[in-house]
Design a protein around this ligand. Sequence first.
Ligand code: SAM
Length: 264
Amino acid sequence: MMSNEIKKESISAGKQPAWSEIDLSSDPHAASDKAKRVEVMFESISRRYDLNNRIHSFWLDQLWRKKAVAASDLQVEDQVIDIACGTGDLSIAFANANAKSVIGIDFTQGMIDRANAKIDGTNIPIEFRCGDAMALELEDESADVISIAFGIRNVQDPAIAIEEFYRVLRQGGRLVVLEFSTPKNALIRYMNNIYTKHIMPRTASFVAGDDSGAYHYLPKSIDTFLGAEALAEQIEHIGFKRVTQTPLTFGVCTITVGHKITRL
Ligand SMILES: C[S@@+](CC[C@H](N)C(=O)[O-])C[C@H]1O[C@@H](n2cnc3c(N)ncnc32)[C@H](O)[C@@H]1O
């Protein structure tokens, strides 16, 4: 637990960054107030979140989300819950792929507002709502697909969230996790490190006009989070079967899919 626990009012008022250099000198996932810091940080960067995603992924982020949709083996009658939906890009990708219905859930109001603005005045079948990945207000066995893109790393306790995903999925349902990972190739890893740790934090903070520390937290939170294999093991440990992984773009991110199969 971090000793310098912060007050939400003081970070949201900009008196203190969500993540200071000192906070990021240790593991941010160990902070007992990680959820609070994460929420304030996303509130702070929500306005330029999409632009930063496009620029800093070299316009690959939407392709990664499309691949996550393809990995879900979506069927026409499928009901999709997109957790930590942020500004809604993955939820919209599922709707565009003809999911029967999509619910996008996120705990940052500013991100949900931006998601809603994207579908305002359209008939895209998505409902965006505020909620916590660790305590979903959803019935047991009520979804066919649960997705989470670049979100599981940001959740206070990923194991609790994955247990919730298992509870809410129907028999035969699929969990699709898209998350940053560490490239296996040493040269790619070296170049990726320079980019994500030394270039991107400065340029993305500039684009967002952000001093919450969000884009310094990003590489640190990837480095200190479960590696792709460990994440797959955790998903398996919680009960998912046939867990498979697909690395994307030299392994800078990975899609993990698990199936809920309780009866043979
Ligand atoms: C990096 S953004 C990803 C947004 C979106 N999925 C995308 O593909 O761009 C991570 C999101 O996780 C949300 N988040 C983190 N912890 C959460 C939790 N416990 N419950 C709901 N949302 C959470 C944040 O508010 C933020 O919008």
